[in-house]
Design a protein around this ligand. Structure first.
Ligand code: NAG
Length: 324
């Protein structure tokens, strides 16, 4: 037990501070993109009609500019408000921006992934196309979408909590192909929990980030130390399978190298994404629950979460979190 305690202390000291943020630093399950026309940063989050923030740098000052889909999604789920939209994922392709998102009834597999398009990223400029048509399956949960292009083909990674991280090929950015989804990552032990994945390419490898552990709203009961949300990484040369961790362990067989866990004010980091910033290089952004908030009894819902970022450094082809 004592050894475990010192292990966590060592872990806690291993992470540099998060980068600075000014202005509106609230977020939950963020996605970030620089607008092609003017380089402006857009940060989207889970929230009424998809919360939209803008800034001239990853540091801020960030400004809340409104909802991407103020009228909500055209997807209808029983007992779920059409504006209760989760975990956006935005990318640029074919001269427009695509935003994948999820609607879900918390704690169930009653979920759908949808997509909207815009040419400007501005609030209210999005055209919703509804569901991308990933079939329901008891093997996964259709949440936390993340698009990637591999060898000229479109793929959507998603999921899942149920059977962890999945990938499906897309026939077009708006529609899933008919080939069934396959698993990219899986924790075989009891209480396996992986979700909120993000994939990006650097050099010869595709890197798969995902959240493991207990998400929770951290308001009343807290997971035992070390079991709260944290971010792990796996890599593969194909991007469609064969993901392993730094020790060579297959990520569908409980592999996954720890990239970022709780430290300082950062409790339960999750919802990661990566941008290749013009000035800073690879930057990982994520949400966290401030330790002070946790110690003060917590806020309702997602309102206590904050945005953070760190530059990524590289060693032997593996990313690590760098000081700002
Ligand atoms: C797999 O799940 C177990 C139990 O929740 C956890 O202790 C372990 O850290 C997880 N492993 C990975 C690689 O996520």
């Amino acid at each position: 037990m004592l050894a475990l305690f010192f292990f966590f202390i060592a872990l806690a000291c291993a992470y540099p501070n998060r980068g600075p943020c000014t202005g509106d630093c609230w977020t939950h399950d963020p996605t970030m993109i620089q607008r092609h026309s003017d380089g402006k940063y857009f940060r989207f989050a889970t929230g009424t009609g998809i919360n939209t923030m803008t800034s001239d740098s990853v540091k801020g000052p960030w400004k809340d500019v409104g909802s991407a889909l103020p009228k909500g999604s055209i997807i209808k789920l029983d007992d779920v408000s059409s504006t209760d939209i989760w975990a956006p994922d935005v990318h640029f392709q074919n001269n427009q921006y695509y935003m994948y998102y999820a609607l879900s009834k918390t704690g169930t597999q009653d979920s759908e992934i949808g997509v909207a398009t815009s040419t400007t990223l501005e609030p209210g400029s999005w055209t919703d196309h509804g569901s991308v048509g990933i079939p329901a399956n008891s093997n996964y949960n259709r949440i936390d979408p993340n698009w990637i292009s591999i060898g000229g083909k479109n793929y959507l990674n998603f999921g899942s909590f149920w059977n962890d991280i999945q990938q499906i090929e897309m026939e077009s950015p708006l529609k899933a192909a008919s080939a069934p989804a396959h698993q990219l990552s899986f924790n075989q032990t009891l209480n396996h929990r992986e979700e909120g994945s993000f994939m990006f390419q650097n050099g010869d490898f595709y890197y798969l980030l995902y959240c493991a552990g207990i998400a929770g709203r951290y308001t009343a009961t807290y997971p035992p130390q070390g079991e709260e949300y944290h971010i792990r990484v796996c890599r593969s040369t194909s991007g469609t399978g064969g993901f392993v961790d730094q020790d060579g362990v297959d990520c569908t067989k409980t592999g996954g190298t720890l990239l970022l866990a709780s430290h300082g004010q950062v409790f339960g980091p999750g919802g990661p994404g990566v941008i290749n910033d013009k000035n800073l290089g690879f930057v990982m952004y994520y949400h966290y629950y401030p330790l002070a908030e946790k110690q003060g009894g917590g806020k309702a819902g997602n309102s206590g979460y904050m945005y953070a970022w760190n530059e990524l450094g590289w060693e032997n082809g593996w990313p690590f979190v760098k000081a700002a």
